[in-house]
Unconditional design. Structure first.
Length: 518
């Protein structure tokens, strides 16, 4: 027999990932009574710190914190809850077999000597590149950091919003305006080839546009994802993703948000085409006037709602979203520091291992045929440098994002297949850091299938929904691109909504704003 909670809430947030916590905090800050329901025993979702070996904790399945919205930090007072930012944007190292590698600073003057050792022309061009990004950043952030306009709505409000966006584009000036229109649909390889000649520099800049996605550097539209990353990137959080989650938890509790773990939602309850609350897996029902789902859109519409409540056609469109993961997360417990042979004295927190655009494309090609990359492209993060509490004294944690690993692997992700892919990724790492195998105490391998099982994200996609240009324009579907869904009182607030995935807090913040307007 179902039990019913005695307290009435204004809002239920499904999922305690960083977006769910952000949405809950903004709602509570506006005076709403909010409860967050998390099916797992830990909060943080894909950004949760978790022990994977005795004394070693991973930073989370997502590890890029430089995209987290500064408005969220300021408005929720996250500094009061322990969040601090690095003094300067994080540098990235690209190791070489036959040279000192390339350490790329965000600041062109700090990067000049490193880049000039490979190409004097590129050292100058890098400054010009950063200047261009700085000019167009305000316009791109305007698109990303606001609730999307309702292009189908009649009346002056939507027309003014569209006109305002058009005016902001015009203010860039004719040259930059035409350049934005030209480069958005391009592949990232073509655009960066226009700028630079050094492969290591181009690969390092292109990698964030491809992280976690079913795309290679020659895939159309990937340049828009590079612009998205460059526009949002700022200073990384000290302590990594776990520090953001801890600060958001502190803000939520300070604002009176109720956080419940081990509370799996079985169903979103609907009466007369309006959400009225949820029913948990154990039969308990919780009522609220609003429900915000930070889980992925497929789980929300196809698993948590009875089909009779989903409008005709929407279930089909949601079911056809491209949302299968393309990367594996590999966590390594090391007995000592990670050192690259080409620069053994350098303490490296972030590195990217890819030799050329062709190398990156060859790693992507097999995924189209349900096979894993024979030589994965690696995004390397050593979180224990910034957060020593993740490992015992003198030890380290290394987190690898390895491309490409399809969700639907030919033959399935058996133990042997999982181990074979991890071995190939380690071969790639060991080619530049030959001592790493001798330092490994333990390893954890999470394929897209494992990510789906562990975190409940359909397809094991780190962004919930693929970052294809077509799936960013009205994300995840025109019927719910502004967070509100056709079901009254039900909102989306996760990475499957505008402006996409990664640790930004923007879907949560903007969804809360949309809810507060209703």
């Amino acid at each position: 027999m179902a039990t019913v909670t005695g307290r009435q809430y204004d809002a239920i947030v499904i999922g305690a990932g960083h977006n769910g916590l952000t949405a809950a905090a903004f709602l509570a800050r506006a005076g709403r009574r909010v409860i967050v329901l998390e099916q797992r025993e830990v909060i943080g979702g894909l950004a949760a710190r978790e022990e994977f070996h005795d004394g070693f904790r991973s930073p989370g399945a997502l590890h890029e914190t430089a995209l987290f919205d500064s408005f969220v930090i300021e408005q929720l007072g996250l500094a009061r809850h322990g969040l601090t930012l690095a003094e300067s944007p994080q540098s990235v190292f690209v190791p070489h077999h036959d040279g000192p590698g390339l350490l790329i600073h965000h600041d062109p003057e700090k990067a000049r000597a490193e880049i000039a050792a490979h190409s004097a022309r590129d050292a100058d061009r890098y400054g010009e590149y950063r200047t261009f990004i700085a000019r167009v950043q305000p316009f791109i952030r305007r698109l990303l950091c606001r609730i999307p306009p309702d292009v189908a709505a009649p009346g002056w409000t939507s027309s003014l919003a569209l006109a305002s966006t058009g005016l902001a584009l015009r203010r860039l000036g004719r040259r930059d305006m035409m350049e934005i229109l030209r480069i958005g649909p391009m592949c990232v390889a073509d655009w960066l080839n226009e700028w630079f000649e050094t492969s290591a520099l181009k690969c390092a800049l292109a990698a964030p546009a491809l992280d976690g996605s079913n795309a290679g550097p020659w895939s159309p539209g990937t340049n828009a994802m590079l612009l998205r990353h460059e526009a949002l990137a700022n200073h990384a959080a000290r302590g990594g993703p776990g520090a953001i989650v801890a600060a958001l938890e502190g803000a939520c509790r300070g604002l009176g948000v109720e956080l419940r773990t081990g509370a799996a939602v079985h169903r979103i309850d609907v009466e007369r085409s309006a959400a009225t609350g949820v029913t948990l897996a154990g039969g308990e029902t919780i009522s609220a006037t609003h429900v915000a789902a930070s889980c992925d859109p497929r789980r929300t519409f196809l698993d948590l709602l009875e089909r009779r409540h989903v409008p005709d056609g929407l279930d089909r469109r949601i079911g056809h979203l491209r949302a299968n993961g393309a990367a594996a997360r590999i966590n390594l417990a090391l007995s000592g520091p990670l050192r690259f042979a080409c620069r053994p004295e350098l303490v490296v927190e972030r590195a990217r291992i890819a030799d050329s655009f062709d190398d990156m494309e060859r790693a992507f090609d097999p995924i189209k045929y349900h096979r894993a990359a024979p030589s994965p492209i690696l995004d390397v993060f050593v979180p224990s440098i910034g957060d020593p509490t993740l490992a015992p004294d003198g030890h380290h944690v290394v987190s690898l994002l390895a491309h490409s690993a399809p969700r639907e692997l030919e033959g399935g992700w058996t133990d042997d297949a999982r181990a074979a892919f991890a071995d190939r990724a380690l071969d790639r790492l060991a080619a530049h850091a030959p001592d790493v195998r001798a330092l490994i105490v333990a390893r954890q391998v999470l394929t897209p299938a494992d990510l789906e099982a562990r975190y409940g994200v359909a397809g094991g996609h780190l962004h919930h929904v693929e970052h294809g240009l077509d799936q960013m324009i009205a994300r995840p579907d025109p019927a719910c691109a502004r967070y509100a869904t056709p079901i009254a009182g039900l909102y989306l607030c996760g990475s499957g909504s505008h402006p996409g995935g990664g640790i930004t807090g923007l879907p949560g913040r903007l969804a809360a704003a949309a809810m507060l307007k209703s």
